[in-house]
Write a protein that binds this ligand. Structure first.
Ligand code: 26W
Length: 825
């Protein structure tokens, strides 16, 4: 009877409707007559989740039966965005669900808008993790993600009338989250503080006791593959106090401390740190990192033990990818488990560890490299500090053996940086504890080898270091966000999207159609409708009217000096001044432009906030100027998110990726814009370079100093400074109108302007004229509409390389040694 009663997937419209209504009546305890869009969304989401759970169960059962090697992606950030549309498309049930909700009196597109973004990430690193989960499931690979279930995701951004960024909390779990499943049976204890005593019995073992214990509680989020039953898992940990309060402290008579620790336990997973590219050395952040890696490793080891193999075979069944250094504490934690709990000899334990981990570096900016103060580690994780010291001792002995007497090298390579206080260099620990190390684009991987990890390449050999160029999922970033373009591609390739969405190189077959006027017309009309969709979005959310006959020029990413939104806004002011210089007749020949920015700044990054303020105030003046507003409009769209990106990207004619050469590791939005037929204006940096190689130099706009030149320019800027007037008269004029108050109180911008006048670390003045020249080339190219559309088609159709399916297969084959697992129907 068990078998007879098993539920099957509901895939026809009547079955789907029954399921939705059933959830309205029971799960939500609501009635048809008072059901609003939010309720209907929740019921639809719960019914989709039912389907996902059935697939998930089959997938996990198959993994248990087949015992394949598994990979785990450890990321402190997963920037998932919305789930409903994505799940419907991957399950191929969008049509049926739309028809069903239609019959029930609801519009599917309105229901989709009810969902809040799961915004458990800052930017590129977190969104990459989300794309990789989609690709792993779609490629039928046994991969799980492990992260934290933050109660509050990335802050909501508000912009005050003066242009000041204000932050509000993001209570994304407030209306319940239909996409997660609490696993009350999956809990682990995690210890902090206390003391570590070596046994000194001839083994490396120690006993770690006392301190505070907190509970890690699992929540599972299903990750559906595209057009496959394969459904993977993202396991997120929530921290909870143990039995109300900590008995250890209580029994030791420290009642106050016990109650305090019960509050502090829940604090661990309360909020995502909103810093990106800057470290702060905060105790709570280290607590997050250890809490998460300890719970995740305990979970993996329990699962491994279920298959009954000796612990030495751990690396044959488990690969762990470290998404940047944030999960590096997993390395000493695995050593602790092996040595102290499993009684494995040190060398064997180190062998197991270094065969299990893989480390991806995502930035070479010095301020982003994590270091933890030794006294903090001693206090919070005393046993791990001992282990790190031991790892360092054996490591430095080996370095000394290879390079005898090279004291400076030992100091450079030590896991412990000297200073007050001493600090632990997490990138070095991640490097020596891993089997392989990779960067995220060709140039970046070279920079990793020649700068931050140079000594390690000399010591370990270059073979350990390589490149996996980032990718993006074409499901969310084309099929979902640009359904009309997706349909045109399927029609023109004459294959269902099922085929090309999983083999993105097929787009190349459409290249000849760039010469077909009818195809170009359809292509251009879709771009136009996407621009109108964006204009509609801005009208309804902000009440602003946008000129959809203009070129749409977009820069959307975290606000950071190295990404140079500053260069863009100064270029906009230059364009404005040029328009003001013209006669009304001359202006009529100008090709109208609308410039869009969206960006969050880290709450404590005040120069970044000042740049936002400048953008907002320039927009205020420009959009109100009757002489120029038909030719130049400027918008700062607040609260950038995955969902906003899904509206902006398909609408762009040109997008800007203009970091100082050598600073942007890869960039991934560049790939998204190009895949949607937007042209690229950028520096010779990160993945821009590889995009240029794929689309051909004549279809992209490059400018600026190259990476090998940057160091010398920076040196000159300090030791042989030249005034801005000399480097770029055009920029000097722009700086002076800002300073004189054309956009409100000029005085407040002085600290920002001074970063350019003095030092100019990011080469704003050095690159300005080259940038303005590139903008002019873009204008000229846009005048020839037919040629522009050809470039747009060529750009989109050469993006095959940038599918995250390609990237994840490289990890699976060359790093993890993973095979796909077919899930039987
Ligand atoms: C500890 C503070 C902190 C937080 C986040 C330091 C560094 C980070 C991330 C590693 C920054 C990040 O998101 N890097 C971006 O990673 C993307 C995915 O590989 C790349 O495309 C971007 O170029 C890179 O800036």
């Amino acid at each position: 009877t068990w078998k007879e009663n098993m539920r099957a997937l509901e895939t026809d419209v009547p079955g789907i409707s029954r399921n939705i209504v059933n959830h309205v009546q029971t799960s939500l305890a609501r009635q048809a007559y008072n059901l609003d869009d939010l309720g209907a969304y929740q019921a639809a989401a719960l019914s989709v989740r039912d389907n996902l759970i059935l697939n998930w169960n089959d997938t996990q059962l198959q993994y248990t039966r087949k015992e394949p090697k598994r990979a785990y992606y450890l990321s402190l950030e997963f920037l998932m965005g919305r789930a409903l549309d994505n799940a419907l498309l991957n399950l191929d049930l969008k049509k049926q669900y739309s028809e069903s909700t239609d019959k029930l009196g609801f519009n599917m597109e309105d229901l989709l808008e009810q969902e809040r973004d799961a915004a458990l990430g800052n930017g590129g690193l977190g969104r990459l993790a989300a794309c990789y989960l989609d690709s792993s499931a779609s490629m039928e690979l046994p991969v799980w993600g492990y992260g934290l279930r933050y109660k509050y995701g990335i802050f909501q951004q508000l912009i005050s009338p003066e242009g000041q960024q204000l932050e509000a909390p993001d209570p994304w779990l407030e209306n319940q989250n239909p996409w997660e499943l609490p696993r009350l049976d999956v809990q682990y204890d995690v210890r902090f503080y206390g003391s570590a005593d070596r046994l000194n019995d001839g083994t490396p073992r120690a006993v770690w006791s006392g301190g505070q214990e907190v509970v890690a509680q699992a929540y599972d989020v299903m990750i559906p593959g595209c057009f496959t039953k394969s459904t993977n898992n993202l396991r997120l940990w929530e921290s909870k106090p143990k039995r109300g309060f900590d008995l250890n402290s209580f029994n030791a008579g420290d009642y106050e401390r016990a109650v305090e620790s019960s509050n502090s336990a829940s604090a661990i997973t309360s909020v995502l740190y909103p810093n990106d590219h800057t470290t702060f050395g905060k105790e709570l952040r280290l607590k997050q990192q250890y809490f998460w890696t300890a719970a995740s490793l305990a979970d993996m080891i329990r699962r491994f033990k279920n298959i009954g193999k000796p612990i030495t075979q751990f690396p044959e069944y488990v690969a762990i990818q470290l998404n940047d250094t944030h999960p590096t504490m997993a390395i000493p934690e695995l050593m602790r488990i092996l040595v102290d709990e499993e009684d494995v000899p040190w060398d064997t334990a180190w062998q197991i560890t270094t065969n299990t981990f893989f480390y991806t570096n995502h930035t070479v900016l010095p301020e982003a490299l994590e270091k933890w103060p030794v006294p903090l580690m001693q206090h919070l994780l005393p046993r791990h500090l001992q282990i790190i010291y031991d790892i360092n001792m054996y490591f430095l002995q080996a370095v000394e053996k290879k390079f005898p007497g090279d004291r400076e090298r030992l100091a450079r390579m030590s896991l412990i940086e000297e200073g007050f206080p001493q600090q632990i260099r997490m990138a070095f620990l991640a490097c020596i504890g891993s089997r392989k190390v990779n960067g995220v684009a060709e140039l970046h991987s070279e920079l990793v080898k020649t700068t931050i990890l140079k000594d390690f390449v000399e010591f370990e050999g270059a073979g350990k270091f390589s490149n996996v160029t980032n990718g993006i999922t074409p499901r969310r970033w084309l099929d979902q966000c640009n359904p009309e373009l997706s349909a045109l591609i399927s029609k023109s390739l004459n294959v269902p999207k099922q085929v090309w969405l999983k083999d993105l190189f097929m787009l190349k077959k459409l290249l000849p159609l760039a010469e077909d006027a009818a195809f170009r017309k359809e292509w251009a009309e879709i771009k136009q409708r996407n621009k109108e969709r964006l204009a509609h979005h801005v009208r309804t959310t902000l009440g602003l009217e946008i000129n959809t006959n203009a070129m749409f020029d977009v820069q959307i990413k975290r606000l950071h000096e190295y990404k140079r939104q500053s260069l863009n806004i100064l270029g906009v002011i230059h364009r404005y001044l040029t328009l003001k210089d013209m006669s009304a007749e001359e202006r009529k020949k100008v090709n109208p432009r609308v410039v869009f920015f969206a960006a969050k700044a880290a709450p404590g990054y005040w120069i970044a906030k000042l740049i936002i303020r400048l953008i907002v105030n320039v927009a205020r003046i420009l959009n109100a100027d009757p002489e120029t507003k038909d030719y130049l409009q400027l918008y700062f769209l607040p609260d950038y998110s995955v969902s906003l990106a899904e509206v902006l990207i398909p609408a762009s004619d040109i997008s800007q990726h203009i970091s100082t050469a050598g600073t942007e590791a890869s960039g991934t939005s560049n790939m998204k814009f190009c895949l949607n037929g937007g042209l690229l204006l950028g520096t010779v940096d990160g993945a821009n370079i590889e995009i240029g190689e794929e689309v051909g130099e004549s279809n992209v706009f490059f400018f600026g100093y190259l990476t090998p030149e940057v160091e010398q320019v920076r040196y000159n800027n300090i030791y042989h400074p030249r005034p801005v007037e000399e480097k770029s008269p055009a920029l000097a004029r722009v700086l002076s109108v800002v300073s004189q108050g054309m956009f409100g109180d000029g005085g407040i911008y002085e600290p920002f302007l001074n970063t350019i006048r003095q030092g100019d670390y990011y080469l704003i003045a050095d690159d300005f004229d080259s940038y303005i020249n590139a903008l002019k080339m873009v204008d000229d190219a846009y005048l020839d509409k037919e040629e522009w559309i050809k470039k747009s088609i060529r750009t989109a159709c050469t993006m095959g390389k940038f599918s995250s399916d390609r990237a994840i297969m490289e990890y699976a084959e060359s790093y993890w040694n993973l095979e796909p697992v077919k899930i039987p129907a």
